[in-house]
Design a protein around this ligand. Sequence first.
Ligand SMILES: O=C(O)CCC(=O)C(=O)O
Length: 267
Amino acid sequence: MAVAEPKLRVLTPEQVNAFQANGHVTVEDLLTPDEVARLAERADFIAAGKATHIPEESVQLERIFREGEREVVDQVLSVRKLYNLAVYDDQLWTQHAASPKIVDVIADLLGTDDIKLYGDQLFMKPPAIGAEQPWHQDSASWRDILPMDLVTAWTAIDDATVENGCLNFAPGTHRWGMLTRPRLTPLLDDLGSAPWPVVPAPLSSGSVSFHHSLVLHQSNANTSGKRRRGYACHYMRAASYKDESVTDAPKMPTFKQVRGRSFAGRV
Ligand SMILES: O=C(O)CCC(=O)C(=O)O
């Protein structure tokens, strides 16, 4: 008997296949210019410290400011990242993290409607000083969440280019499972040469790149004169397990239900 294909809401079977093969896929122009403008305005409002409902721990400055190498002159252009924003900010939750535009794609990629938000990170990557994000697998941090197949929606607020530090992926590496140091080091030495290419994912403002939590990715320092803000929302199956024996994973606020069912005793 033929197995029924899952019904896709917005993606084509080719896009889902590309995600499964490479660990990432881009959806161009998912957001309208108005939606991006609202997101950009909210990002800067929060980065400026004007949103009193956002806890201080959700704001991280670039290292040169954290370590006192340089004094903060412009607060907005000194922030490295803002995180767990949609937990506290209704506007970002409603207009972005829980927006059907984004969540329909996540449902297609996870193959379920039962979805929770793990968290979010708004990478501000300021001009000239925005630091590099080294190669990593997201699930190496979120190692208490199983299965390790969370999906990140990374929305370009500004155009993300090779010059201002767009994401780079090592396609297919999500199929290697969790890469602990002894496995990761030789692979990192070879990345960028055959047969382990590195693929840049430049994005126009309003386009969204979706990536698997085990695919290796990084971004270079922003040495350009242009901003590169990107809002990353991380989604997981509502049926995921939380391994309570893992004590060194990030301490997260209560996970919010995005869509579908929740499950007793799970995340
Ligand atoms: O935006 C960046 O530079 C890094 C993003 C990232 O690592 C992620 O979204 O998982």
